[in-house]
Ligand binder design. Structure first.
Ligand SMILES: [Fe+2]
Length: 484
């Protein structure tokens, strides 16, 4: 059964922009669909919802469209008792509502120049539309949609996906939230940072399990930075000062050019969960950029972090191919699995590459967040042709490839209902993901893989009666938490 909830005609000529065509092209309808066709069988002990955020632009861009610019849309599939229900909804941000009313794009995009004539927007420099299109986390009973360049967290009903407004954490949200906030699975606290082009260049924040902002501190950085993710353990959080940021001289002239500075080290600041700026211990490591952390934990005096380390800080866009080529080069996200060890007692840093395959978009069993974990589920990059399951204890990996024309999205891990929260059985569950098929213009698909039998591929392929464009981050919300 398919119910069309809303239709908003897409008013965009994709031209040559690859992020408006094929598997990236936006869709015009919000639907609710149940009784979905399944190839294989949905396991009855898969219970909960897989929500995935991503861009779905409505209006013709003012200038050039960047993949990160599109209006946020969440696609969700809820599994219960062997059945599935799919929904998709735009995220009703203030920027989205203003443009719906104006029937046009108001704000420029990432590849444009700021426009002083438009209302102040969001982002670390305040000139973009807050689309909330990047990550989605589950905290205090709600899904929070977050935006990559620091925006307001938008609260969504995790089942209906309706936007419920801005979450201001008991009225105490002082600035914004970056793309990747973290929820401690044991304490239920939400940890986040934000960054800005003017001091304070970074803030660090802790929100209680029940949604009250409890801790907010300014973090000293040597200048404006563009960190994407953070890490945490039971007692500490880790903040990043990496040598990829807007050229400071050009920034003074309001020109935003992302530049890599290989002569600078990577700096990692470790702060006690409720620590102050003076408590931050800074560690230096080899220069790099990191989009996504896999996980981190404590081992004796060491803070251990696994993350996807970008291979080439500033990718080579061929000269003369212009900004579009530069965007494509940056968005290739070519990275490898690395491990850093920061010794809090001695100040020593060790870093090592764990694998030479190119993978990104890591997920783990969320019960292990901040605690020692063994398995990670990454996407193969830059072509997204399959998924990799890492066993970081044995140092092995297994792959599953989707097949010709089929590409991945981030694939969260869904613990099996009744699974023991035990290190040895950390992979007792399923990996779920939307697969985009270049040859299927009118349907989408969610695949379910048994994580213990990963290379065998999906045990179920759930057919979605509309295309699901490739997007960004996702989450698995266990049914017992979602329906609590
Ligand atoms: Fe991200």
């Amino acid at each position: 059964m398919v119910k069309i909830e809303r239709e908003i005609p897409i008013q965009i000529d994709p031209g040559e922009n690859p992020f408006l065509r094929g598997v990236f092209a936006p869709i015009a309808t919000e639907i609710t669909a149940s009784d979905l066709t399944v190839i294989g069988e949905i396991p009855k002990d898969l219970d909960g919802a897989y929500l995935r955020n991503g861009p779905n632009p409505v209006h013709r861009p003012r200038g050039r469209y960047h993949w990160f610019d599109g209006d946020g849309m969440v696609h969700g599939i809820e599994f219960h008792d062997g059945k599935a229900t799919y929904r998709n909804r735009w995220i009703q941000t203030e920027g989205f509502a203003a443009e719906q009313q104006a029937h046009r794009s108001i704000w420029p995009g990432l590849m444009d120049r700021p426009d002083p004539a438009v209302p102040r927007g969001a982002g670390s420099d305040g000139w973009l539309k807050d689309t909330a299109n990047t990550d989605i986390v589950f905290h205090n009973g709600y899904a929070l949609a977050l935006w990559y360049q620091c925006g307001l967290p938008y609260k969504l009903d995790p089942r209906t996906l309706e936007t419920l407004g801005v979450e201001r954490f008991g009225g105490k949200l002082a600035r914004a939230v970056s793309a990747h906030a973290k929820v401690d699975p044991v304490s239920g606290e939400l940890l986040f940072f934000d960054y800005a082009t003017k001091p304070p260049y970074m803030t660090y924040n802790v929100v209680s399990r029940t949604g009250e902002l409890r801790h907010h501190v300014d973090i000293d950085l040597p200048g404006s930075r563009l960190p994407h993710d953070m890490a945490f353990t039971e007692n500490y959080s880790l903040l990043m000062d990496l040598p990829l940021f807007w050229d400071p001289q050009l920034l003074e002239r309001n020109v935003h050019k992302v530049t890599y500075y290989p002569e600078l080290p990577s700096r990692f600041g470790i702060i006690p969960r409720y620590g102050l700026n003076a408590d931050v211990k800074w560690f230096e490591a080899s220069p790099c950029y990191i989009y996504h952390v896999v996980n981190s934990w404590e081992e004796g005096d060491e803070f251990v972090m696994d993350a996807c380390r970008v291979i080439q800080g500033e990718p080579n866009a061929k000269r003369g191919e212009g900004e579009l080529a530069r965007m494509r080069a940056f968005l290739r996200l070519e990275a490898q699995l690395w491990r850093w060890r920061f010794n809090l007692a001695t100040g020593a840093v060790k870093e090592e590459q764990l694998d030479d395959a190119k993978t990104e978009w890591p997920t783990i069993n969320r019960h292990k967040m901040g605690r020692k974990s063994r398995y990670a589920y990454n996407s193969r990059v830059p072509h997204y042709e399959g998924l990799v399951k890492y066993d970081t204890v044995r140092g092995t990996s297994e792959s599953y490839l989707f097949g010709e024309g089929r590409t991945s999205n981030e694939a969260p891990f869904a613990p099996r209902v009744g699974a023991q929260d035990d290190t040895n059985d950390e992979d007792d569950g399923y990996v779920v993901t939307f697969v985009a098929d270049a040859n299927a213009q009118h349907r989408g698909e969610v695949i379910i893989i048994d994580a213990k039998n990963f290379a065998a591929g999906p045990i179920a392929r759930v057919q979605i009666p509309q295309r699901v464009p490739t997007g960004f981050h996702s989450i698995w919300i266990p049914g017992e938490q979602m329906r609590a």
